[in-house]
Design a binder for this molecule. Structure first.
Ligand code: BGC
Length: 784
């Protein structure tokens, strides 16, 4: 397999030699969705208009379209430039971001449309990540719902609200595959699985962009960060990545391809280096894959000062070289660095950058502006802004989203029945922990216009439910730090109550999201001590974990009867939690990341290779008995298995899987490859696999039925399991439903040793399963 090292030179050659390099049907076409309502970015009439406009533009005006600044609160080190107004009048700015009100947007837009020579509107962007004003759970939580419709609807609400404030471009969805919980940005994405990642990417794009991008309430999506950012070594943000072409094609690229296939108008190039070549100056990914193979027509936006950072990366010794490398690699727009503004004109004059390449980049920027209808409707109706926010339906959706995002991890019996749901007869409750009465953290690390004042806390919702006099509240500790007195108050509150609910976890903006990598994944500060002291009172404890990633809490999972991952649930945190605690909402979230026992297991992901020496059951209580137990791929001091596997989550009811049925036990690779067509969105089914799922409990519940595959005997080793389909079903108590999955040839295709997607002869194991560690299974065969 070719390494990506020295890829830029190879890519340049490829571009010269085969401008129309074809691609086989990519994995991104594995989607559980029906036909999409994709928005076309352009049409022949508009293309003509763009060409006409381009002919009128000076070189300086063209470069201006490729320049983007943060005109509001900067989110990191910037250029310090503030003379935007003058630059806008001169046509030297194409886009602004971090402006959040219709009034401010219009003020800048008036300058562009009325005072610049060619009246080209500005494009206004913002990080609208999981809601604008109505704040939804963080993306990792939203993905844990496995509910694509819900994710789409939440993105639609975000689009409606953001567009009412004049924002027509969001830097979302983050579709980076995240396999390492140390990486703080795991919170911003959809987890470790490419198939789920693709489905989520499509859902976000549909939600943001709607059925027409030029509808006033649609906003352009931006799939980020292209590519490999989530593979940061050691989980340390911005760190380098080494990803083989096989792994890149099969795991990291598919969610981006899915986003583009769904019509995403923009892509953001990442901060990290990829096999030595920074992603924001990488012609192999930005030009060869993105434009040549996938035919992407929209804007590539370089991440915040990523272009200037090419100097620190070590591939440029000055701004002019950084600008040239990024531009020629395929970055259209320069966010904040100002390097395009400073150097692109000169680079054209010196012959280092062809003006035709500038024209193409500007064409793409104008294409997105036309697609958004900005030329016809550049302004935002300020009078309608307030009315668009926090619609009652949106708030209900935020609550539903939170309820569906919770993952019940443990629910042991206390006396005769599981601790949750709490019985209606529970009289007094201790509510303990630094996140129990917290508003700001519920909003997650990137809350756009979400305001703490609009958050309903757990404490408020619990008091409303059972009466304030029945809730013994004690903060117990701070997130970081805390006093002995606080601990003592918590113990007292628990002692006075029937049950203790602990709300523990991370500080959302400080410990999760960007620049928030953690080397330790336990509860911060004195919270573990607090937990252990409260458990020692002997009162039944429900632990709610508020976090942007799984936390390593082996003691808690052993000693606390009920534990639920609450993530950061958004503005409806309190009501959603209380409804779930009391059983009005039945938990249905499933993990989208493997939950580690120890930091040392990271990176940890279910779809890993088997290795040549896979370990069987590991008994840590004794040393390996012989060479067969010792010389295997394992730790001497930790299990290989996660605390909880990918796909796992409990319900207040239980489900039984049985009666697996497959319509074909043999298929031929030749026939499958014939059905694997380039660019086909929906592949014809070649195999149907089904199982009977029964609700064996006493309450109605939602089960996410997952279909996994393993291929053995292929040219490139394949993971022990790969998610290939899923279905969310609701079953009444006692009800049985047959769930059928239709698999196309793409489900069996791999990026093989010939550097292409193809189906190869293989032994196939297929599971229909409640999570990635179990299920009913069958084997079949792909013959030649
Ligand atoms: C982040 C991006 C974000 C951008 C603009 C960067 O620091 O990496 O995800 O969209 O800032 O705020």
């Amino acid at each position: 397999m070719k390494s990506l090292l020295h890829r830029s030179a190879v890519a340049a050659l490829i571009l010269l030699l085969c401008p129309l390099a074809p691609s086989l049907a990519p994995l991104s076409e594995r989607t559980p969705q029906a036909a999409s309502t994709r928005t076309a970015l352009s049409d022949p009439g508009t293309e003509k208009k763009i060409e006409e406009l381009l002919r009128k533009m000076t070189l300086e005006e063209k470069v201006g379209q490729l320049v983007q600044y943060s005109a509001g609160q900067p989110t990191g080190p910037g250029t310090g430039r503030t003379d935007y107004e003058d630059m806008i009048r001169k046509g030297e700015v194409g886009a602004l971001f971090n402006i959040t009100t219709a009034r401010q947007v219009n003020a800048f837009q008036h300058l562009a449309v009325e005072q610049s020579r060619l009246h080209i509107p500005l494009l206004f962007g913002l990080d609208v990540i999981h809601g604008f004003k109505t704040e939804f759970p963080v993306p990792l939580a939203l993905a844990s719902s496995w509910n694509l419709e819900l994710v789409e609807q939440s993105a639609r609400v975000a689009a409606r609200e953001a567009s009412a404030s004049g924002i027509r471009w969001t830097f979302s969805p983050m579709v980076d595959i995240a396999r390492d919980a140390r990486w703080g940005r795991m919170a911003e994405g959809s987890g470790e699985d490419p198939y789920l990642g693709m489905a989520m990417a499509r859902a976000y794009v549909r939600g943001y962009q709607g059925t027409r991008l030029d509808a006033p309430d649609s906003i352009a999506a931006c799939a980020k960060h292209f590519v490999g950012y989530g593979a940061a070594e050691g989980g340390r943000d911005y760190n380098s990545t080494e990803i083989s072409e096989h792994t890149l094609r099969q795991f990291y690229l598919p969610p981006f391809h899915a986003a583009i296939d769904e019509g995403a108008a923009t892509i953001m190039s990442a901060f990290n280096s990829l096999n030595g070549v920074p992603a924001s100056a990488n012609p192999f990914t930005l030009t060869q894959i993105l434009r040549r193979e996938w035919g992407f027509q929209g804007i590539v936006d370089g991440d915040y000062t990523a272009l200037a950072e090419l100097i620190a990366h070590g591939i440029a010794n000055d701004g002019v070289t950084a600008a040239r490398k990024a531009f020629l690699a395929g970055v259209d727009m320069d966010m904040v660095s100002s390097l395009y503004h400073d150097h692109l004109v000169q680079l054209v004059h010196s012959g280092d950058v062809p003006e035709s390449a500038i024209d193409e980049a500007v064409h793409r920027v104008l294409r997105v502006k036309f697609a958004l209808g900005l030329f016809e409707h550049p302004f935002t109706e300020e009078t309608k802004e307030a009315g668009a926010m926090l619609h009652p339906d949106s708030i209900v959706l935020a609550r539903t989203a939170a309820e569906q995002s919770f993952v019940l991890l443990k629910n042991a019996k206390v006396a005769t029945s599981p601790l949750l749901p709490l019985s209606a007869t529970t009289k007094t409750l201790a509510l303990i922990g630094p996140l129990a009465d917290d508003r700001a953290n519920m909003l997650g690390s990137w809350a756009a216009q979400g305001r703490p004042a609009n958050v309903s806390t757990l404490r408020a919702a619990l008091a409303a439910r059972v009466g304030a006099q029945n809730v013994h509240y004690a903060k117990g500790s701070e997130i970081l730090g805390g006093s002995d007195t606080q601990l003592a108050e918590a113990v007292k509150a628990a002692e006075q109550s029937d049950i203790a609910i602990l709300a523990l976890g991370e500080n959302a903006p400080e410990m999760t999201g960007e620049a928030a990598a953690r080397a330790f994944l336990g509860l911060p500060g004195r919270q573990e001590e607090l937990l252990e002291k409260v458990v020692a009172t002997g009162k039944p404890v429900v632990l709610l974990i508020f976090s942007g990633r799984p936390l390593t809490l082996p003691w808690a999972f052993e000693h606390v009867p009920a534990v639920m991952a609450a993530w950061f649930p958004g503005m409806q945190a309190g009501p959603a939690l209380v409804r779930t605690l009391f059983g009005e909402a039945n938990p249905s979230g499933r993990l989208v990341v493997s939950w580690p026992r120890s930091v040392g297991q990271e990176p940890l992901y279910y779809n890993a290779l088997n290795t040549g020496r896979p370990a069987g059951k590991i008994d840590l209580a004794r040393p390996p008995r012989n060479g067969l137990e010792k010389y295997v791929s394992r730790y001497i001091d930790e299990q290989n298995a996660p605390q909880f596997p990918f796909g796992f989550g409990l319900s207040y009811t239980a489900f039984r899987y049985g009666n697996l049925h497959i319509d074909k036990m043999q298929m031929s690779a030749k026939t499958l490859n014939e059905g694997l067509q380039v660019g086909e969105y929906k592949q014809n089914a070649v195999l149907s696999a089904g199982a009977d799922i029964t609700n064996t409990g006493t309450s109605a519940g939602v089960e996410t039925v997952q279909c996994y595959l393993r291929l053995q005997g292929t040219s490139v080793a394949q993971p022990v399991r790969v998610l290939s389909k899923f279905q969310r079903i609701t079953l009444a108590p006692g009800e049985t439903r047959k769930v059928t999955f239709l698999l196309g040839p793409d489900a069996f295709a791999i990026w093989n040793d010939q550097q292409k997607f193809a189906v190869e002869p293989a032994k196939v194991t297929l599971w229909i399963a409640p999570d990635s560690s179990q299920g009913v299974q069958a084997t079949l065969e792909i013959t030649k």
